[in-house]
Design a binder for this molecule. Structure first.
Ligand code: GDG
Length: 588
């Protein structure tokens, strides 16, 4: 007989995260365009279909006026999104400051950059105050929209104060909190001046979730060591009240990727990529351009591989997608320049007139030399290492420029890939002016957007296809995930989902949460050890088909059975099952 279930079929779920799944751009006083954002949290929650979900979060834009706030609220309502309006100062102190400059690096064991340490220590109090204020603003919006029976699911390190604020409003509210990053060892957490406040506020939730058992264990031990509370196998106990703490490994909507591979537009992309890279083995990296993702380390390891395996130099290419992120934070700006510099240097070193070893897509701006006459190879290296699909013009020496929109690209210098047809016709057949004196100019470059979903699927899938049709057909292709730390890493899951017929090899950092689930199928590496990563590239490129098949099978089964949907359902059902304090009191 069926188990009676008093709950409505589709329970209302209020998903609260710092950012909404869409970014808003103002087009007029009361007109907005909304674009889907890329990122792990968004990708995971897109797969959640069981609940009637509403998103509450910041739309990534400052809207000081009432007209704008009203019209944006209306536009977002169609997407079941509810905005929290944060002003510029709060964003600066709470988001750029406390979240991105303090918690994010700390939770990823990266510490603060030397020169920022003192400044950060000084601004700590004001940033923490802004953090609490912002969390209270999120709580106000949740409170306004909360209806009895709703479940509130708070996400990530931006909102560690939220469970406490919500319970202060309504102790009967079911509140869960999930962390998408690692939770570090208690030794790291205890260096935070606000260590106790943060732990106590999170403990106000009914259920606290992490990607892995290790992170949950670190959290419990931070509570026992810093707050002197009791850790139990169920969670953390404080004066008779239990906060349930557990691991809920996230997954992806694997079907969405598998289905997308059949779509004509994805097939077209694949065809385009196959033609562009015919004859070469393709390795893929897809990351937000973030310091935790280990992009410079990955590229240096690839350089080492090329150095030590000269016969591979013209047979392999690394496609690195690096979506710009947190572009206002100086540390991220430095990282962007560092990546450009390394890519440019390696392409200059190993590139030929017709091919370069690294294609780097997603850079925001490129600094072309300073007071030097660029050589053909130099320019080629720079131009080829960037995505020019949004190029507005190369600002050449004014004496030679033909207006700000002049772009002259000859065939071998045209955009390395993913240039749309209309753009191709705009640029092709034109000649790149090189040999000009360029004074510290920036390629006028706009690539703030990420790849669209179909282009991404094509990339995940194409790596092995390219190889199948040429002399290297017995070699596999590779995805390279070298995060220095990563809560889980969904890119590794997505790659596996798209590789079922091709059995590409996954090289995966042992410091990504995904190493615990995909470890048996991937080649695990320490991303700090460049020699080890270079060796693993060689191992991946020469792996025999039986072993590829075996490794891939293990990972594919995991990825297709541990989905985002299952993750969300398990979390919410466990949250529903927690008994909240007020109910306990009533029962007693
Ligand atoms: C955080 C944690 C945790 C990337 N480029 C494009 C694009 N993406 C999508 C990928 C993937 C997502 O962004 C990235 O997810 P990750 O998990 O790899 O990394 P984070 O953004 O750092 O996510 C992470 C995650 O939260 C979930 O809990 O796994 O550890 O750091 O889905 O596909 N998507 C599109 N174009 C791109 O250019 N369409």
């Amino acid at each position: 007989c069926e188990k009676p279930d008093a709950r409505p079929l589709r329970q209302r779920l209020l998903v609260v995260a710092n950012r909404l799944p869409v970014s808003a751009v103002r087009r007029g006083e009361d007109s907005w365009s909304l674009e889907m954002s890329a990122g792990g949290l968004v990708s995971a929650l897109l797969g959640v279909k069981e609940f009637e979900a509403r998103w509450i979060g910041w739309a990534g834009v400052n809207v000081p006026d009432e007209v704008g706030q009203k019209s944006l609220t209306k536009a977002l309502a169609e997407k079941r999104c509810i905005p929290v309006f944060l002003d510029e100062e709060i964003v600066h102190q709470y988001y750029n400051g406390y979240c991105n400059n303090i918690l994010w690096p700390l939770f990823h064991y990266l510490g603060l950059p030397q020169e920022d340490r003192l400044a950060t220590t000084r601004s700590f109090q004001s940033q923490f105050a802004a953090y609490k204020k912002a969390n209270q603003m999120f709580a106000d919006v949740v409170h306004q929209h909360y209806e009895e029976g709703d479940v509130v699911w708070c996400h990530d390190y931006h909102l560690m104060f939220l469970p406490k604020c919500l319970k202060e409003y309504n102790n009967n509210m079911k509140v869960g909190w999930f962390l998408h990053t690692p939770f570090p060892s208690s030794e790291i957490h205890r260096t935070l001046p606000s260590r106790s406040d943060l732990l106590r506020s999170v403990l106000a939730a009914d259920l606290v979730g992490f990607h892995t058992y290790d992170y949950a264990r670190h959290f419990v031990s931070a509570c026992t060591r810093i707050l002197g509370l009791e850790g139990t196998p169920e969670g953390v106990e404080d004066q008779g009240r239990l906060t349930r703490v557990a691991a809920f490994p996230i997954g992806i909507d694997s079907d969405r990727f598998i289905r997308a591979l059949e779509l004509p537009q994805v097939q077209d992309h694949i065809k385009e990529l196959k033609e562009r890279f015919a004859g070469r083995k393709v390795m893929l990296g897809v990351d937000r351009l973030d310091m935790i993702k280990g992009i410079p380390q990955k590229i240096l390891a690839f350089e080492k591989f090329l150095e030590e395996n000269s016969h591979w130099r013209d047979k392999v290419v690394l496609l690195q997608i690096a979506v710009p992120t947190r572009t206002d934070v100086p540390e991220y700006q430095k990282l962007t320049s560092q990546v450009h510099e390394i890519v440019g240097r390696i392409n200059g070193r190993f590139g030929t007139l017709t091919a370069v070893p690294i294609h780097h897509l997603g850079c925001k701006s490129v600094l072309v030399g300073s007071s030097r006459v660029p050589t053909r190879t130099f320019l080629h290296a720079y131009v080829s290492s960037c995505d020019l699909s949004d190029l507005r013009g190369i600002a050449l020496d004014p004496g030679h420029a033909h207006g700000s929109n002049v772009v002259r690209l000859s065939a071998p210098f045209s955009s390395p890939f993913l240039i749309s047809h209309s753009q191709t016709s705009m640029y092709s057949g034109k000649e790149l002016q090189f040999g000009l004196h360029i004074e510290k100019q920036t390629l006028a470059y706009k690539a703030d957007r990420s790849l669209d979903f179909h282009a991404l699927c094509a990339l995940y899938a194409v790596t092995a296809d390219v190889i199948r049709r040429d002399v290297l057909s017995f070699f596999p292709d590779v995805a390279l995930v070298t995060s220095l730390r990563d809560g889980m890493n969904l890119v590794s899951y997505e790659f596996v989902a798209c590789q079922d017929s091709k059995k590409g090899v996954l090289i995966l950092s042992e410091f990504a949460g995904a190493a615990q689930s995909l470890g048996a199928g991937a080649i695990l590496v320490n991303p700090w050890n460049i020699t080890e990563v270079a060796d693993s590239i060689r191992q991946a490129l020469t792996m025999l088909p039986e072993e590829r098949e075996k490794r891939h099978r293990h990972n594919f089964v995991h990825v297709t059975t541990h989905t985002a949907q299952e993750w969300a359902e398990t979390f919410v059902s466990e949250l529903n099952d927690t008994v909240i304090e007020a109910q306990l009191r009533t029962r007693q």
